[in-house]
Design a protein around this ligand. Sequence first.
Ligand code: ATP
Ligand code: MG
Length: 752
Amino acid sequence: MSTNPYAHPNPSPQPDGSLGDLNDAQRGAVTHAGDALLVVAGAGTGKTRVLTRRVAWLIQQGLAPYRILAITFTNKAADELKRRLEELPGGAQVWAGTFHRFGSFLLRRHGADIGIDPGFTILDRDDQLSILKAIYKDLDIDPATPRPVEALSMISHVKNGGGGRPPLDLTAPGIAASFDALREHYIARLRQADLLDFDDLLLETVRLLTECPHIAEQYHQRFGHVLVDEYQDTNVVQRDLLLRVLGPDAGITVVGDPDQSIYRWRGAAVRNILEFDQDFPDAEQVLLERNYRSTGHILGAAESVIERNKGRHAKRLFTEQDDGALVKLTRCRNGEDEGTVAAQQIANWQDAGRRLDQIAVFYRVNSMSRGIELALNQRRIPYVVVAGTEFFQRREVKDALAYARLVANPKDEAAFLRVVNKPRRGVGAASLRKLRDFAAMHDLALGTAASRAEEAGMSKRAANGVKRFLALLERVRAMPVAPVAPILEALLEGSEYRATLQDSPDDLDRSRLENVDELVAYAREFGKQEPEGDLRTFLERAALVSDQDGYERGTGRVSLMSVHAAKGLEFPCVLITGAEMGYFPHARSLGDPAGEEEERRLFYVAMTRAQEELSVTHAARRQTYMGEEHRVPSPYLNDVPSSRLDNQDFAAWGAPAAWSEARQPDPDAFDFELPASASHPSEAMAALQHEAAVRESGPGLEVGERVLHPYFGAGRLEAVSGAGEDARVTIDFDAFGQKQLLLRHARLEKLP
Ligand code: ATP
Ligand code: MG
């Protein structure tokens, strides 16, 4: 039985120091006596297990736990590691977390030494964009040259020292000057308002350790050993940080698998692992070759896919498990059928005695979860969408957090812009513009300038609104910084944010209210787990949540997630959907050889999550944002020997009539209990009801009417052709021009 510390519901025994359940190579790694150790090994060979055990072993050898720094890929993994160490005396004092959390930790303590206010706020991508867009307005730069998202990627690219293919072509006419102005202002704005983006968390930490040798020295003394999991996905700045935090006498252990490097697009440099011996000439390398996770067919199929990558060092990998079940491959007619197959596959696994939380469904892009959710909803199969960031990206959750951020950092411009007029306080665009001009003229942060609203020339009404807003923040600032939940409550009540949602006639606002309440509940939970945890720590947690942090063990539900979020996890039964060109490999990587190799690694990661059952689906046609498309199966499927495959056709799963009684979809009943933690049940439900309504009303739309499409937005219905299943509509979209769509899939909404 498998015991991955991060995923499987049957937790492995606590690391009590007995090494009996390790193989020789693993034991060698755990008890390695040298200063530098590199463990490179394929999927499921026990790298993470070795890392955890090595921490325990070091403690048992007498290294004080607080002198150990363990860097994990997600915060969840760090929490898990700490939980396992609790049994050991002092185990809880091991510093475990992601690189970003570590950067944040150092900067809060010592940032002042390099001019960073310890009260800084961490910006997410959305916030970065909103600041950048405000700069576009201030500087009157045309948002088409360059587009804000491109400018942002390019800013990050430049900050990280360039290298590789730049995301923006600066030689195009007019781009360079706009970009330089944007970049300069962006950096200045962040500085002025004590804001740090994700890049800064790493870069400024490196700067801190470089410019302040006495601080670096302090950590050289402190950390006796540093360990890093998933080293293949670290970037050059992270490597730099590592080298700087590591004292001359400290030991280092890194584990990773170059075949699972899947964050190149985020700057990960697989050469960190390949050139580890250049950074540490005395490093010893341990290879692990026995895979404990998967059956023979699954491992063999995965190996035959990854073998085709050119720039790779071949590794030997074997399993002592039986071949097990063949990898099931199902061709579906379209995305809808794929949903049906997914639901049926899950039902079959359930019939064979699997618990739902032993099953995971993967997809390449998050937007694909919707189709699967619909199918599972219809069959009443409980599921959770694993997307930790999603909850924190919701409008209302971001609003509530923006209030809290302003309490912690009055200068936070992104937060100020977000909620100064939410709910409405009469602070319109014109007033804000005046305030921004005033702030720029006096070189003030927006939040600071706001206290001089009248002087800035705002209207009386707007100035009053701003005053009320600032007064609330002042009142809340006088509260104790912990516990956090009462702070949030005071803000939501005092701003009338909650009341506004409560009184709204719109159902959507009521579901927003639930999310706001969920955030308060999350704060309460945080208070229980970290009684000392103050507002800043809470905000940091919220800002550094990653997708994989959403994964919970033992929920009793199927987990739906992107392949990127599945890294490091394992499940007895895995279903990979959308195994088609365009997803595997992703369209974005086509024609870029390095990108295509990474896509192949991603597919390898997906396959190697499976322990006993692996099922793969692809559709011949699919509704994408481009309209309905023909789809070609993923070329990776051709690399799997047919002797390992059980090829199926949609028809083999039986028409929906084959559904057992108990799982018959009931068209009237959408009232089943939804998981409280499912990320967006209400949306899925709304979509489901909406779809049913559209199907019922048939074409029910008139030429000339305004309609709304989930991907293309608003447009005008130009023509309807065909009937029934084949009815097609032609729509002239405001933003995308004319498109023809299959009505059945179009999910149109009438606009008034
Ligand atoms: P990945 O490459 O996906 O991160 P990994 O190399 O980190 O995988 P682990 O997650 O540590 O691998 O281990 C994979 C599975 O094998 C886990 O369920 C783990 O408990 C189990 N395992 C590892 N080593 C042994 C062992 N010596 N005996 C029994 N089970 C083991
Ligand atoms: Mg691992």
